[in-house]
Design a protein around this ligand. Structure first.
Ligand SMILES: [Zn+2]
Length: 427
């Protein structure tokens, strides 16, 4: 009887989210050595997880036999836990190319690169990612491709092109004026009215979230500093307009006053947050603004110094952020800023996302806090906490298997042995 109730609950959950791809009409019985259902719990096991049509139906003690005709997955010496969530990736890009060449590549090439990277990402155990900026349609078609199961990859929450100031980080610079004009994404804006219009345009074209570059950036060809580039009025207009459309805003921000201004304006998450200070942290805490630290981005760019990859203007900015990158997340944590997991994959090689965990622990998170940042906390940022980030009946069957217990050693997450995303096994 209990089982039937759970099954009906799972079916109801499926009907409520019928937008998520075609039904698979398939059941799996998974024998897990241990199950870590949620980062706040301790592993239990052995256990049997039953999955039907992409959803978890039940988690029961012991290894129970599968009904006739149902496939059994043997993970008897593994720990099974929720699929990981990376809130900041750029699937359509790879690190370290010539900036001018990447800039003039057709958008279609980004999709080809994105198919490769989507597969590398999900194989690394990341079953949901937030795509933090791409050419107009590239991330949207990748999102559809993984949802429909045409390509192997994670669930994708996509921003599309980032809103930027004219010539700022996220817009094009470093070319002749007429070239800049041709290469423009169409999403730079000036003034509250135009910025509101661009948010609505992004929504119209399929964005799940609004990405803005609130301050200068490290890898763009402009030497205009890392402080706020949008005005307060522009950021407030972006945040208010997004909220009216039910969308959250993620803001790339490095400088402390830019972080503070973005948080005050009502932006939902600060990406990078490199020069966060106590005053900015206080405003973030008061507004419930989440920090997505992307420590692997700093790792990735420092690995590429002195190789003739970056232009002089970029090389100088990379050197300038190296020191603070080693401590700023730990400071933010001590100042009680909520932290959620994001890497900026694309600035380093896709598939290395889980190396972020060790960097977070080095700066002061516990193993458990680090795991929570990529599961329950990240799901909350996406407002998907009833769908992903935990293993429970009715939840999407997004799970991974590893050796050992990530609560004892978070680096076991760097070697994921088995992945299921939306009830599909990644071979
Ligand atoms: Zn980024």
């Amino acid at each position: 009887m209990h089982r039937t109730v759970q099954f009906v609950a799972a079916l109801a959950a499926t009907c409520l989210t019928a937008v998520s791809g075609p039904a698979i009409a398939q059941t799996f019985v998974i024998h897990a050595g241990q199950v870590l259902a949620e980062a706040s719990q301790t592993p239990r096991g052995p256990a049997t997880i039953t999955v039907t049509d992409g959803r978890i139906v039940s988690i029961a003690d012991g290894w129970q036999d599968a009904p006739a005709g149902v496939e059994t997955v043997e993970l008897r010496d593994k720990t099974v836990l929720p699929g990981l969530i990376d809130l900041h990736v750029h699937l359509t890009g790879d690190p370290g190319g010539d900036f001018w060449r990447e800039t003039v590549e057709p958008d279609e090439w980004g999709v080809v690169v994105g198919v490769k990277n989507a597969e590398a990402t999900v194989r690394a155990g990341f079953t949901t990612v937030r795509e933090a900026g791409s050419a107009q349609e590239s991330a949207f078609v990748l999102r559809r491709g993984t949802e429909e199961g045409l390509i192997t990859g994670p669930r994708i929450i996509a921003a599309g092109p980032a809103l930027a100031i004219v010539g700022g980080h996220g817009d094009v610079s470093g070319f002749r004026p007429e070239i800049n004009e041709i290469l423009a994404s169409g999403y730079s804006c000036t003034g509250a009215v135009e910025c509101a219009e661009k948010v609505r345009r992004a929504s119209q074209n399929g964005a799940d979230v609004i990405k803005i570059t609130a301050t200068g950036g490290v890898l763009s060809q402009q030497g205009r500093g890392l402080e706020a580039h949008f005005t307060d009025a522009e950021m407030k207009s972006i945040a208010d307009t997004a909220r009216s459309l039910g969308l959250k805003v993620m803001a790339h921000a490095h400088g402390a006053r830019g972080i503070e201004a973005a948080s005050r304006a009502g932006i939902d998450s600060i990406e990078h947050g490199t020069y966060i200070d106590e005053a900015a942290a206080r405003v973030m805490r008061e507004n419930g603004t989440v920090l997505v630290p992307t420590l692997m981005a700093f790792q990735g760019i420092s690995e590429r110094l002195d190789k003739g990859i970056y232009t002089p203007v970029v090389e100088e900015k990379v050197r300038a952020v190296a020191e603070t990158a080693r401590v700023f997340m730990g400071n933010a944590h001590r100042w009680n800023v909520p932290i959620a997991f994001g890497t900026d994959a694309g600035v380093f090689e896709h598939g290395r996302n889980a190396e972020e965990f060790a960097l977070m622990v080095e700066q002061g998170l516990t193993n458990r806090e680090a795991l929570a940042s990529a599961t329950t906390a990240a799901a909350k940022v996406l407002e998907m906490e009833n769908e992903i980030g935990r293993l429970a009946p009715g939840y999407s069957a997004d799970m991974i298997a590893v050796d050992g217990n990530p609560l004892d050693d978070v680096t076991v997450l760097e070697n994921v042995d088995w992945v299921m995303v939306r009830g599909r096994i990644v071979d």
